[in-house]
Design a binder for this molecule. Structure first.
Ligand SMILES: NC(=O)c1ccc[n+]([C@@H]2O[C@H](COP(=O)([O-])OP(=O)(O)OC[C@H]3O[C@@H](n4cnc5c(N)ncnc54)[C@H](O)[C@@H]3O)[C@@H](O)[C@H]2O)c1
Ligand SMILES: [Zn+2]
Ligand SMILES: [Zn+2]
Length: 385
């Protein structure tokens, strides 16, 4: 039972017919279909998606031959609450929200810990295509259920999400900009601000200059780092990265010796902090070995191949270097995202430079092409154009 249904006369019962971009098969263009979106059940919320953007995780699972097709992808987005299910007391129709691929139930050991954001109940689950409540999908097309993705499925005009995966934000924030805070940008930003924690004047190396790495660089700029060194094996990334306060660039392929040695020489013994945003195990090892002994901290963000093994000499730890990893920049989605939106509203955080393309929903496949061709950083998909 929903508390309130305010979706207007076009809805039959409480299901809403609307457009969604359905992935029928791995790697095949999405098809805009008319689907039915069922009402939210207990602790669920139905939202009208206003803007969504494409992240590598969507692309990765769209390409993957999982058994979960047909599926509605999408997890970086911003929208407005349309109706809420039983037990949802802290959100109401009209609230502006960011959906998040991981959640905050507020009750588990992780949610109660100040140190963790890895909620036991709502932590990311890429293998689940249904809602937790009843193991069923809220999307259907001519009676066929369509799989959800990451509990968000934002490539749809309406979607149903667990209330613990929705952050309520300032209603004045422009949704076509802050939508990119719901995944990649917050991840990189938090990796620097919450985990690496550079102090003013320090040197920071960022490995991988995609959206996540550039968000890590934005965190270094905000923290007042004096040197931000960008490392990428694709030199086409360097031009864009100049907008992010990076002062020096290194392509590991230009050097015969390991890049950590090059960095160590450039910085008189190593950088104060490094943040790895590539997913490459070699870059992870370099990121750790390029920090200064005595105080250097390296943070791993990239998702490696599942068989990858991290090898380094234990003496690197004995020499007082620290290695850390982070998930979603250690932000608790519901508690912390509103304040990141406020950082943007207060002009402390710059977002516009991440947005390189915009397309209407009808052209969503173009966003996939831009990403596959490594063009730009973020493409905003507008649901209403
Ligand atoms: N930990 C988390 O919570 C979390 C969340 C989101 C994304 N991620 C991960 O962060 C990583 C970055 O995401 P993105 O969207 O920015 O990806 P991206 O593909 O846009 O950027 C990665 C960059 O790394 C560069 N690169 C790859 N191997 C390299 C190497 N050995 N040395 C130097 N540069 C190298 C590539 O040229 C590319 O420019 C991915 O692995 C992604 O899965 C992690
Ligand atoms: Zn993402
Ligand atoms: Zn929890």
């Amino acid at each position: 039972m929903t508390k309130e249904c305010v979706h207007g006369s076009e809805a039959s019962g409480c299901a809403i017919p609307c457009k969604a971009a359905v992935a029928w098969e791995a790697g095949k263009p999405l098809v805009i279909e008319k689907v039915e979106v069922a009402p939210p059940q207990a602790m669920e919320v139905r939202i009208k998606v206003k803007y969504t953007s494409l992240c590598h995780t969507d692309l990765h699972f769209w390409e993957a031959k999982t058994p979960l097709f047909p599926r509605i992808f999408g997890h970086e987005a911003a929208g407005i609450v349309e109706s809420v299910g039983e037990g949802v007391d802290d959100l109401k129709p009209g609230d502006h929200v960011l959906p998040v691929f991981t959640g905050e139930c507020g009750e588990c050991r992780h949610c109660l810990s100040d140190e963790s954001n890895m909620c036991d109940l709502l932590r990311i689950d890429t293998d689940r295509g249904v809602m937790l409540r009843d193991g069923k999908s809220r999307f259907s097309l001519n009676g066929i259920p369509i799989n959800h993705f990451l509990g968000t499925s934002t490539f749809s005009e309406y979607t149903v999400i667990h209330s613990g995966c929705l952050a309520k934000i300032d209603p004045l924030a422009p949704l076509d900009k802050v939508c990119i805070l719901s995944c990649g940008i917050s991840t990189g930003l938090g990796a620097t601000l919450n985990v690496a924690k550079p102090y003013k004047g320090s040197s920071v190396a960022v490995f991988g200059l995609g959206a996540v790495g550039l968000a890590a660089a934005e965190g270094a700029r905000i923290a007042g780092a004096s040197r931000i060194i960008g490392i990428d094996s694709n030199p086409r990334r360097f031009e864009e990265a100049k907008k992010f306060g990076m002062t020096e660039f290194i392509n590991p392929k230009d050097h015969e010796r390991p890049v950590q040695e090059v960095i160590s020489e450039m910085t008189d013994g190593g950088v104060d902090r490094s943040v790895e945003c590539t997913g490459s195990i070699d870059a992870m090892i370099s990121a750790f070995e390029c920090v200064h002994d005595g105080w250097g901290v390296a943070v791993l963000v990239g998702v490696p191949n599942k068989d990858a093994v991290f090898r380094t000499k234990p003496v690197n730890f004995l020499n007082e270097r620290t290695l850390k990893g982070t998930f979603f920049g250690n932000y608790k989605p519901r508690t912390d995202l509103p304040s990141i939106v406020d950082m943007y509203m207060n002009k402390k955080l710059e977002l516009d430079k991440f947005i390189t393309h915009r397309v209407p929903f009808s052209e969503i496949n173009k966003a996939f092409e831009y990403m596959m061709n490594n063009q730009g950083l973020r493409c905003i998909i507008s649901m209403e154009d």
